[in-house]
Design a protein around this ligand. Structure first.
Ligand code: ATP
Length: 380
């Protein structure tokens, strides 16, 4: 069992040396369930590492509480928390062999020698540190970045902690190794069946690894949800823009009454450009009826734009600025009257010329509407 509860948590760095007070974590409230893989994600400086370090006991809590399995741990020393942390820079002891790096923490805790040998060997096997090459007697400097990170993981695993904390563990690896190690950590999570809290600024890591994601900005939690819910139902414009790559398309416009009684979204543009117009379904129109005549921001994902405009009842006109062939799919970047949009299509042989006029079909069935003033999603 390892359930972590974070309650009314604040971290405020006091003003000093001419620097103003900094609220790094601003009233965080969330629970990480037993065996859950929770990812904290957000741009640099949003407070995710500070939150993680408070859970680890490496950072003093200004206000609020952290509970591990119902027990308040605010005042418990890091070594007594039964939580293991894996850092971005691996934090290995350079003068110790891989074996001793993994064994050292257990030695300090007085674990018997043969038990240490057993745990290190079985963990090294899981992590591929025995084959094809046995790396146990090597020093960290004779390892690749990926191998060092696996040793750091191993050091955490042998402790059999109640929960694992990861602070950007893949940032120092090259792109290929990052993807490989990402998959390894996901597999480990299933194998070890333990609670994991993982910090990253990379939304792809968050989307691919998490059971649930906490999105943070300026110290405040923006939304907590499983990856696909964040993707399809972002709580606000920030989450809509941060989650998903390429990002969501956003068009500013007005909701107008259409002849058939439904609402119609009309993009804000100035002549000679033609606005994008899209009639909403009866249900969506009813739910947005109080917004008739008002400004909204329409959001739709790049895959909801289709090069074959005749297949859709809504057409977006624009100038094709860039075509990016990605292999299995193609990204089309186009400029409409007032906005830029991205289309992501699995059609790879489009024969489209950059600079030409293009009509794209828009599927509005998963469209999201935002209030331009509050930037919050309007419930539909
Ligand atoms: P990154 O991805 O860049 O590590 P982060 O989301 O993990 O960012 P934190 O490291 O948690 O962000 O920092 C949150 C905020 O607190 C930042 O604005 C940072 O500058 C500030 N901060 C961190 N440590 C201190 C400190 N010791 N004194 C004052 N401000 C600090």
């Amino acid at each position: 069992m390892a359930k972590v509860l974070i309650e009314n948590l604040y971290k405020i760095y006091p003003a000093e040396k001419g620097r103003p007070e900094k609220i790094a974590v601003d009233n965080a409230n969330f629970e990480i369930q037993d065996r859950e893989f929770m990812v904290l994600v957000g741009p640099s400086g949003c407070g995710k590492t500070t939150t993680l370090r408070m859970v680890a006991g490496l950072e003093e809590i200004t206000r609020g509480s952290i509970y591990l399995d119902g027990k308040k741990i605010n005042e418990v020393a890091p070594k007594d928390r039964d939580i293991a942390m894996v850092f971005q820079n691996y934090a290995l002891y350079p003068h110790m062999s891989v074996y001793r790096n993994m064994a050292f923490g257990l030695e300090l805790r007085g674990v018997p020698k043969d038990e240490i040998r057993r745990r290190v060997d079985s963990t090294a096997k899981i992590l591929g540190l025995l084959e094809p090459d046995n790396l146990l007697e090597r020093k960290p400097k004779a390892l690749s970045g990926g191998q060092r990170q696996r040793v750091a993981l191993g050091r955490a695993i042998v402790r059999k902690p109640k929960a694992f904390l990861f602070d950007e563990p893949l940032s120092n690896l090259d792109a290929k190794m990052r993807v490989e190690t990402r998959t390894e950590i996901s597999k480990l999570h299933r194998q070890l069946d333990s609670t994991m809290i993982y910090v990253t600024h990379d939304q792809t890591e968050a989307m691919t690894m998490a059971d649930r994601i906490v999105v943070m900005r300026y110290g405040k939690i923006q939304q907590i949800a499983p990856p696909l819910e964040l993707y399809h139902r972002p709580a606000n414009l920030f989450v809509a823009g941060f989650i998903g790559s390429p990002p969501m398309n956003l068009l500013q416009g007005t909701l107008q009454a259409s002849p058939k009684g439904a609402l119609e979204f009309v993009e804000n543009v100035t002549p000679p450009h033609f606005p994008f117009r899209g009639v909403l379904s009866t249900d969506t129109s009813r739910r947005l009826s109080s917004r008739q005549g008002k400004e909204v921001i329409l959001g739709f994902r790049p895959e909801q734009l289709h090069p074959n405009s005749t297949a859709s009842k809504h057409t977006l006109q624009g100038i094709l600025e860039v075509v990016e062939p990605m292999g299995a799919e193609t990204y089309l970047y186009l400029k409409t009257g007032a906005h830029s949009c991205i289309c992501r299509t699995t059609e790879t042989d489009l024969g489209l010329k950059e600079g030409s006029k293009i009509n794209l079909g828009v599927d509005l069935s998963r469209a999201v509407f935002f209030d331009p003033k509050t930037e919050e999603t309007i419930p539909t």
